[in-house]
Design a binder for this molecule. Sequence first.
Ligand SMILES: [Fe+2]
Ligand SMILES: [Fe+2]
Length: 480
Amino acid sequence: MTTSAGHQSGHGIDYTERIPNNVDLADDRRLQRALESWQPKFLSWWSQTGPALPTRDVYLRTAVDVGREGWAHFGHVALDEYRWGIFLAERDRERRIAFGTHKGEPVWQKVPGEYRAELRRLIVVQGDTEPASVEQQRNLGATAPSLYDLRNLFQVNVEEGRHLWAMVYLLHAYFGRDGREEAEALLRRNSGSEDSPRILGAFNEETPDWLSFFMFTYFTDRDGKYQLGTLKESAFDPLSRTCEFMLKEEAHHMMVGTTGVDRVVERTAQLMAEHDSDEVAALGAIPLPVVQKYLNFHYSVSLDLFGSETSTNVANYFSAGLKGRWAEERRADDHVLTDDATRVDSVADGTLGQTEVNALLGLNQDLRDAYIADCESGVKRWNKILDSYGVSARLALPHVAFNRHVGAFKDVHVTPAGEVVGADEWERRQGDWLPTPVDKTHVLSLMRPVYERGKIASWVAPPRNGINGKPFEYEYVHLA
Ligand SMILES: [Fe+2]
Ligand SMILES: [Fe+2]
């Protein structure tokens, strides 16, 4: 399958259009014109806040179909000529609402008036995260540890750009004038901006170095996976189908994070074993305690993205059918939950505990628990790598209450081990748990670009596999 002009496969995407799509955009002149007027604004946003490193072309995958087999085409493309488009997973005409008070009814092809504001908000909040990460990662190209990594960075960036397209399509197609205004606002807000920051905290943090990038793609993109998983269950079918396809792309972002941290840990372990010492900083690597501190930071800010442990908003979203649970259809309960109870984390008199609440109110924590279990799998694999080099030190996820700014734990100070401490002790010891200026300076000092084919920076091991069957030495990027 190719992306050449005129190609269109069975359920495929029409690349003859200015905006490649599988939503029959050509048949809806009004929508087409609206999106075509948004497109130049997107491109100007991309050129101002997207990847800063000038390149001639990059070996990228482009979505060319949404079918089960082969949805991606690989080839060298100029970044600003990437074919961002609108791709929804195939429609299942039999699909019915799987949960909430409308359970069993056919899914909606239009937005019900009574849920319009809530659905728009859910789409805007999801949409806001997509361009934010592109902004956060804008300058990383200048310090890429290899051409392979540089290519992966750009792949993540173009796909986050496409995810923005996905949400903007929904806003334009289903929310009329307010939708168009929200689509403009998605390009106006900016990560870390004083006047108009991105909506969620983690998306206003910096991603100044590649260790942060790998931790971000492991922990924060993984939050995205879980949020998309709940929206994929939505009774609003176009949202469900959009998110289902986005999840396919998201898997690569997670691979970049998982194997990125693998490779940092591997390099550190190698040097620890070789020199029989923990002091690897002078050897051009990242000491394990520093890796742990970066992990602590990115994990805790990502946990904040799940919101408060109890939420009436989320209970209402669920009952209305707007947003389901992770793996909703695999759950063995009534999918309505009005009569069920659950336990959520809480703090009473400065002591960590749990409270019983109606299951609907505890859905944020339900999702967060699934996320935490998933995060554990990464820690396990990194510890296996340490073990394979005979290193006895281990990485661990910090306690769920550590360094939290949202929800039950926001007013207590808790160590990574789960011990509640006073403000003074937190102040004194937080440098043991979170990256200090010295740690950050060391990590930044290692960030020197390596653009030579087949070469790699000192602080990270090469990947076990290249992209799309290509070797690590492949010319993944041609710099300008
Ligand atoms: Fe995304
Ligand atoms: Fe992502």
